[in-house]
Design a protein around this ligand. Structure first.
Ligand SMILES: [Fe+2]
Length: 249
């Protein structure tokens, strides 16, 4: 990826986008964010039964958790955040505990994990918030029924906060019109563009204070982990190795 983008300095981008959601050297900028949350079966798991990522490794959840493959970057980035929070040894133990709790070998995308809860295959899943939004507002009654079976838990609210990832952009190394590219990025962090751009895919604006869509507002506010995403990139290789060793397919 490094060779694809060029470093950009922009006072507008640096002021509008919180530092943890952009590259310190300006190679990429987060434009919308999503939380990687736990969803629980509304029927089989009470709201206070699970409040942290750490608890996903507890034996109570044996055979009750579904999550997509370790090849997926959302999971790699979540595990990197666990390494940053707990250290590599405890993170490895956590990954082993989580893997031991799988209701099935990982398969499908985040939506499929929510569907597995509705189908009674599992009681908990790990997903990005916008997938819940997609199902909850789907034209398909079945999708909406699936979404209604799953409640969001924003993990680690009493501690470091919920892990987030971003959709982002950068200026390509070969961009023929660098100035216009930067201007476009700056436009996208304006209040109106932020609100509209985030709402279009059920995501959160990266710019603080910009209102979220009604659906996201209904999920409530949450505290997010402000560990720099660039740090998660640095820990990615180790995260993949840890999941591999844990047998997380
Ligand atoms: Fe996605």
């Amino acid at each position: 990826m490094e060779g694809l983008f060029q470093a950009v300095r922009s006072p507008v981008l640096e002021e509008r986008i919180p530092a943890h959601l952009r590259d310190p050297e300006g190679y990429w900028f987060g434009l919308t964010k999503r939380a990687r949350v736990i969803v629980r079966s509304v029927d089989r798991v009470a709201a206070d039964e699970i409040t942290t990522y750490e608890e996903l490794a507890a034996p109570t959840w044996k055979g009750r958790l579904v999550v997509r493959s370790s090849a997926n970057v959302y999971n790699q980035s979540l595990v990197a955040s666990i390494i940053a929070a707990l250290g590599p040894r405890d993170a490895a133990e956590w990954a082993a505990g989580v893997t031991a709790n799988f209701a099935r070998a990982p398969k499908g995308n985040d939506r499929d994990q929510i569907k597995a809860i509705a189908a009674g295959i599992a009681d908990l899943a790990l997903v990005n918030t916008y997938y819940i939004g997609i199902l909850a507002t789907s034209e398909s009654a079945e999708d909406r029924r699936v979404a209604a079976q799953a409640a969001i838990v924003f993990p680690n609210q009493a501690g470091r906060g919920t892990h987030v990832n971003v959709s982002g952009a950068g200026v390509t190394a070969a961009a023929p019109n660098r100035e216009n590219a930067v201007r476009l990025l700056e436009f996208l962090v304006g209040d109106e563009a932020q609100a509209a751009f985030a709402a279009a895919n059920f995501e959160y604006p990266v710019v603080p204070g910009v209102p979220v869509s009604d659906l996201l507002a209904s999920w409530g506010v949450f505290r997010e982990d402000t560990l720099p995403l660039s740090r998660l990139g640095e820990l990615n290789t180790e995260a993949v190795r840890i999941m591999d060793r844990a047998g997380w397919k």
